[in-house]
Design a protein around this ligand. Structure first.
Ligand SMILES: Nc1ncnc2c1ncn2[C@@H]1O[C@H](COP(=O)(O)OP(=O)(O)OP(=O)(O)O)[C@@H](O)[C@H]1O
Length: 333
């Protein structure tokens, strides 16, 4: 990450929409944000948090109410023709209503984006996005998942340095989603800067190095991926045990469990659940010796208390857990 230039910069940017009846709504509170060239950056947040508003400002589709957005140092407000050529945007709405087939549409899009159509690049995009076999169809005749992939091809046709993906995989089946990400990752490794909004949090967890979480028009958390995941707590080895009366049993034994740093939690009985209580012990991720010693200790304690273990498993905090905690205000960041 040394000597990386800034690809995107928002300086004191806010956005207030004027409503039809004259009232106004502040969708984005004043915000400063820098994204480096070559980063894969995620913008997460519930519906209406303001993610698409940020994207529309980057794309020059909307104007900020205050401040300015810079793409590779150029102002989107004053030099939008140039900044538009530097970015490719995959919008959330499926826009694919032309009567042209895919190669023709991509040819036209190239010219609209100010470049000479590159047949090899267009073929490459169609191949990589598994659209070649549908190239005779007009864009109207594509399925929802095909339209999404077509929108990625369209956003990349002028070889931009920055790709903005607003929920790019909504409606795409799991197999194609994986191959789409494989291709996007390939482009990223070749230096493409990526801004992603998604409701599939695993995508952000897997591919993005920094993650921002938005709430009501504000970024409430902005951290490195690893740092954010660490907020979810430690990795645990856990077991389910059967006891005749959980609360009575805990009255008697909870002090001993605490002394041994063992977490405990009654388990809600569901039809195929075989335990009444969950016992857990932390371990350091990636350290086998720590995992073994925690598993051993859990076994020893169970043996000492004559407990019958019905199931043993590991638990890893994921981005989804951290995200939910932050949104519910249960995690101070
Ligand atoms: N053109 C507009 N006029 C008025 N209000 C708008 C307009 N566009 C968006 N909004 C409002 O701004 C807020 C932020 O919307 P935005 O589309 O940025 O959210 P989002 O985080 O992208 O949501 P989602 O996950 O549902 O796509 C919402 O309350 C929305 O209703």
């Amino acid at each position: 990450m040394l000597n990386q230039s800034i690809a995107i910069e928002l300086k004191n940017v806010s956005k207030t929409y004027k409503m039809p009846k004259g009232e106004s709504f502040q969708a984005l509170k004043p915000l400063n944000l820098s994204i480096k060239s070559g980063e894969c950056f995620a913008l997460l947040g519930h519906n209406g948090a303001g993610k698409t508003t940020i994207i529309s400002l980057l794309a020059g589709v909307n104007k900020p109410t205050s401040g300015d957005v810079f793409i590779n140092g150029l102002s989107v407000t004053n030099q939008s023709e140039k900044t538009k050529r530097m970015i490719g945007v995959v919008q959330q709405e499926l826009i694919a209503d032309s009567f042209f087939n895919l190669p023709t549409m991509l040819n036209i899009q190239s010219k609209l984006s100010g470049v000479i159509p590159d047949k090899h690049w267009i073929d490459f995009l169609l191949d990589k996005l598994q659209l070649q076999e549908h190239s005779k169809k007009t864009t109207r005749e594509l399925s929802g998942g095909m339209k999404r992939r077509m929108m990625i091809a369209r956003a990349l046709v002028h070889k931009p340095k920055i790709l903005i993906l607003d929920e790019p995989t909504a409606g795409v089946d799991i197999q194609l989603r994986q191959s789409m990400w494989k291709f996007i990752e390939e482009l990223h490794l070749n230096g493409l800067t990526i801004i992603l909004t998604t409701h599939y949090l695993q995508e952000a967890e897997e591919y993005c190095s920094r993650i921002a979480i938005m709430k009501s028009g504000e970024i409430v958390t902005l951290k490195e991926n690893k740092e954010l995941l660490a907020l979810g707590g430690k990795h645990k080895v856990s077991c389910l045990i059967e006891v005749p009366n959980v609360h009575q049993w805990l009255d008697k034994h909870s002090a001993y469990l605490k002394e041994n740093s063992i977490g405990f939690e009654p388990v809600k009985k569901v039809s195929n659940s075989t335990g009444d209580l969950k016992l857990s012990l932390n371990y350091e991720k990636g350290e086998m010796s720590s995992f073994i010693s925690s598993s051993k200790k859990l076994n020893e304690v169970s043996h000492k208390l004559s407990l019958k273990i019905s199931e043993i498993f590991t638990e890893s905090p994921g981005l989804e857990e951290v995200y939910m905690k932050i949104n519910e205000g249960n995690l101070k960041v």
